[in-house]
Structure formats: structure tokens, C-alpha cells
Design a protein around this ligand. Sequence first.
Ligand code: DC
Length: 246
Amino acid sequence: MSAQVDSRPTEPGVRAPMVIAIDGPAASGKSSTAQWVAQELGYLHVDSGALYRAATAARLRRAAGPDEPWTEEQVLDAAQAVTLVPGERSFVPLLDGVDADEELRGSEVTRRVSQVARMEGVRAWVNAHVRSAATSRAVVVDGRDIGTAVFPEAQLKIFLVADPWERARRRLIQRLGRGPADDEIAEETDRLVQRDRLDATQTVQAPDAVLIDTTYLTQREQVERIAALARAVTHRASDASAIDAG
Ligand code: DC
């Protein structure tokens, strides 16, 4: 684990900072929504998927060929080049000390990341980094299993879903900067459904998560709903501590 990451648990009796967990399938708008919610509330955003991508990119940098099979040990060894540092709005994974976001979002990383994300040791490595980030700051964390495996005690859990066609349409608008044709959306929908299948075992809705279907919501509406839920949780917590104190 990198020097920047402190994996010590919060001391007993010290109230842990607020955690909002946002889970959901690929292209459900988790990361951009989580970042916006964090900004609205003055929290920092942690994109757990970016850590899986950073581990994959680190291993790819050392790979002999594009389809070379990797062991968990090789991925964890390469992942030592990754550090997670707090930025202005989000914790940023650095690769050999450099923000490599474009490389992390590239097609080679996207093609291999689901396989890496199925390695138990890599999941433990990502989870330790994410938990460590949340020891000192209130955070909004997005991923697939944040409300179940990483922060089962999160004060607020959201599960974001949207119709696959709509997810594909939004992703293409973001990528192409224009309205896509139906044929393009159909191909992207097919790709997304395949990815959903690869990530299915990791993508789990917590029983106490609030389900938000964003198919017919704007991003602002999603953000406002989640921020309102966060305020409700905070009010309930401060009412409870006032009753305890009184
Ligand atoms: O959200 P994303 O596309 O950046 O995620 C990259 C990969 O990591 C994807 O295969 C799902 C996986 N992932 C996961 O298994 N658990 C998480 N908490 C976050 C991402």
C-alpha cells in the first residue's frame, strides 16, 4: 500500500465522518452524480472504479502483449505504482505520481478491467484505499459494492439505475458531443449489456439503499434528490444526538 494511504481504523468512540455510498451499473451516471453531490455538500468524491482502472493500467504498462493472462500477484505488484491523493473535488489515483485519467478511461483498460475487478486481492486493495480516504473526510463514494462490502455502515446508500438504452444514449452524447443515431445507440446498448453481465456479481444493491431510477430524471434532479436525502440523514443524526445530550 502507498505511503499516502492511512489504513488505520477510526478510534473507538470517535464518530466517523459521513459516508454516502452510490452504487449502480455502468453508465448509470454514478461518478458525475457523486462528484456533483460531493461539491454540493462540501465533501470529497471517491471513484472506486477509477482504482480498479488504475491497477489495470499499471499492469498494462508492464504487459508483454495485449492478451497476456495476468495473475492476481502480478496485478497487485504493478498496483504499487498507484497512490490515491486528495484533489480539489475528488481523490485522484496517481500512476507513478501522475494523474493519468485519459489512460484510465481508454479502451484497453476498459477491456481488461472487469477481469481485474474479479480478483479478490485487488478488491481488498481497492477497499483499503477507499476506507482510508474516508477516515479523515466526509466522502461520497461511487462503485458497485460500496453500500454492501466497503461501507455497510454508510449513513446514506443510493442505488442508481437507468434503462440501458438511455444509459447508452447518455454515454454517446458525452463521448461524441452530439445526439447519436439509433444504430449507434443500439450498438452501445449491446456493449453495455455485455459489461453489465461481466460485472453482475460485484454489482449489489444494499437492502437499505434508496433506489433511484434516473431514466426520466435530469442530472440536476438526481443530485438534488441525493443532497436532500443527505440533509435528512444529517438532521436525524443531530436530532438523535440532541436527545442523547438532553
Ligand atoms: O465504474 P467503472 O466503469 O469505472 O468501473 C470499472 C470496473 O471496476 C468495472 O469492471 C466494475 C468494477 N468495479 C467494481 O467491481 N467494484 C466497484 N466498487 C467499482 C468498480
